[in-house]
Design a protein around this ligand. Structure first.
Ligand code: MG
Length: 255
């Protein structure tokens, strides 16, 4: 099932829904319940706006989780997952604008598989982790690379408003172990890899993070990016696509 958050044209109310064949319908309650029931009416895609598909209390991102990306940055793959946080204020939905801030002259894309947490998780084993996952979506971990290199912490470089496009759907029925992850800028292929190349897989990551902080329904874990990160400049169109999930498209503009 593909889950979304959407609003109908001319309406401000944002609601959870399910997506099928370019149509959306609202669901009763929220998707973090075990029973997901759709309402009767299906709305055509042209009549709705999609929003980020969940509302995380935190976005936990993993650095250097593909060997080839660590190599291109000239860094070692860490023994344990390297964690940083992106603030919820950096979230933006599909088909929105990524705003390049004047503070940076090197904004880059990072295509990533994102895990969406289904229920509260604390001290979960990797074997049990699947029970705590609602599904998977696409995430662009937009990064001000010049600021990342200048600062010790990743916080500033990863946290500008609009630096976390997420969506368009949460796919609830997919095996994340070998999915093609790609990024295109203006149609040109920049990143192409598979989640089979992850150093730590989604289950190991959820387990690891849950030993540090309590994960809440809707929280997001960004699993890291493969090699091929590169610049975004105003006017670009960037598309993160993950096999079996969908395409997350955003335009790049200047602040
Ligand atoms: Mg990243």
């Amino acid at each position: 099932m593909k889950l979304v958050r959407f609003s109908r044209q001319g309406e401000k109310v944002v609601q959870y829904g399910m997506w099928r064949d370019d149509h959306v319908r609202a669901i009763v309650a929220d998707p973090f319940q075990d029973l997901i029931v759709g309402t009767a009416e299906w709305y055509p895609v042209e009549t709705v706006t999609l929003h980020p598909p969940c509302l995380p209390s935190k976005i936990v991102a993993i650095g250097l989780n593909y060997r080839d990306h660590a190599e291109e940055l000239g860094m070692e793959v860490p023994d344990e997952p390297l964690l940083f946080l992106k603030p919820p204020s950096s979230l933006t939905g599909p088909d929105t604008e990524i705003v390049c801030p004047p503070m940076s002259s090197q904004v880059e894309h990072e295509a990533e598989l994102a895990v969406v947490v289904k229920k509260r998780a604390k001290h979960v084993s990797a074997d049990d982790a699947h029970k705590y996952i609602l599904g998977y979506t696409c995430l662009n971990d937009v990064t001000a690379r010049d600021l990342q290199k200048r600062d010790v912490q990743f916080t500033r470089s990863k946290s500008f408003d609009t630096f976390c496009p997420l969506g368009p759907y949460i796919e609830t029925e997919i095996d994340p172990s070998d999915l093609k992850v790609e990024c295109r800028v203006n149609g040109e292929l920049r990143q192409s890899s598979s989640t089979a190349q992850l150093v730590h897989d989604p289950f190991q990551l959820l387990s690891f993070v849950s030993r540090i902080m309590t994960l809440e329904p809707g929280d997001v874990i960004a699993t890291g990016t493969p090699k091929g990160v590169g610049p975004l400049v105003p006017g670009d169109e960037v598309v993160v696509s993950i096999e079996g999930i969908g395409e997350l498209k955003n335009r790049v503009v200047k602040e």
